[in-house]
Design a protein around this ligand. Sequence first.
Ligand SMILES: Cc1cc2nc3c(=O)[nH]c(=O)nc-3n(C[C@H](O)[C@H](O)[C@H](O)COP(=O)(O)OP(=O)(O)OC[C@H]3O[C@@H](n4cnc5c(N)ncnc54)[C@H](O)[C@@H]3O)c2cc1C
Length: 401
Amino acid sequence: MTTAARRTRAAHRVVVIGGGNAGLSVAGRLRRAGVRDVTVIEPRTTHVFAPLQSHIAGGRARVADAVRPQQKVTPPGVTWVQDAATGIDPDRRIVTVTSGAQMPYDDLVICPGIRMRWDAVPGLAEAMSTEAGVSNYDLDLARKASPALRDVTGGTVVFVQSPSPASCAAAAQKPMYLACDWWRARGVLPGIRVVFVTPEPALFHVAEVDAELRRKVAEYGIEVRRATELRAVDADARTITLGREGGEEALAYDLLHAEPPQAPAEWLASSGLTDARGYVEIDPETLRHRRVPSVWSLGDVAETQTPRSGGAIRTQSKVLVQNLLAALDGEAPAARYDGYSVCPFTVSRHTVVFAEFDRLGRPEPTLPWWKGSMRENRLTWIMDRYVLPWVYWHMILKGRA
Ligand SMILES: Cc1cc2nc3c(=O)[nH]c(=O)nc-3n(C[C@H](O)[C@H](O)[C@H](O)COP(=O)(O)OP(=O)(O)OC[C@H]3O[C@@H](n4cnc5c(N)ncnc54)[C@H](O)[C@@H]3O)c2cc1C
């Protein structure tokens, strides 16, 4: 790096909205590259590693494994403002926060994640407040899911996947396979009716992975409702209404495990930086805003035209920081994000099907010579349950991976 470039980086002010997976990865990388003035706006005091919520719900991890104090995971040298952004003025380059303070920036990175819309299905929020409603899409509900799924010995258990875009949408399936494996080991599986509801035509959009999941679904005897959505829940009667082309179906449940519909925060729309669905309108390859060059975005809130995941962010943060630094040096952003994303399916209590794919749904394994990663595997379990969480806390959040 030249002395002039070093000076430019030292004087540059970057504000990051959201101190989750994406925000901290980018902030850590920018600091390591010599950008001194990096501020992360993040309201929460506790950072959550969402992928472990599936393991918590399925009885394979503890809540303590998935949480850390925000202060501890904020990369050294990064300023943390504990507040929430409420508005962006891209012309004046100012972010407004709840306290009313205005924060000026030279470059802005938008990554406040996606909102869980429990209110989007009538009765869903009420159902989640009863003992028969659980989910891996919320830490407290995942904590509740663990004993609830463990203690089932009969009746009907329904698992619902929500429509995309969503954060690792197919993660709704993970506690289902973990629970089925547990029930099978206890000898109670034959007496439990397990129903899986998905808005998608297949269990997963990558053919090889879909075939493997179909095999597991058949093995566990799960009934699948494809191309079907959750329309309403009657929490008192413990009944759900499902809808698909051609009609509706009422289904009684003893335990409901549901993924909520998801959407970006509403306040973002007033910034003029979002598309019609509310996602930040970036070039999906450079991750720079299509109309406002000082704005960048990644993670669940960005329109990257690929399924959303933490694995995707690992690649996105590298590309975004490389391009932001190039722009700072007066060069055109040359790094490209190819839409790489992941979804590790915990198909039993000891095995994972590790789906890695590109924007077009073509397999894109990190280790191309290893043909077995998309098939049920014990090694990928160890990676998903132990190695990746370690890498997340010690490398990714520090901007090192
Ligand atoms: C149940 C579940 C299982 C998953 N499993 C996997 C998996 O196995 N593998 C995988 O790769 N991915 C998985 N994912 C997806 C992965 O967790 C997300 O893609 C990733 O966390 C998104 O990162 P993000 O930074 O965009 O959002 P988040 O990590 O959600 O962070 C957003 C942050 O922004 C903050 N924020 C919100 N509003 C504001 C505001 N107004 N101002 C400032 N800050 C704000 C929030 O408090 C939050 O800390 C899973 C997700 C879920 C929900």
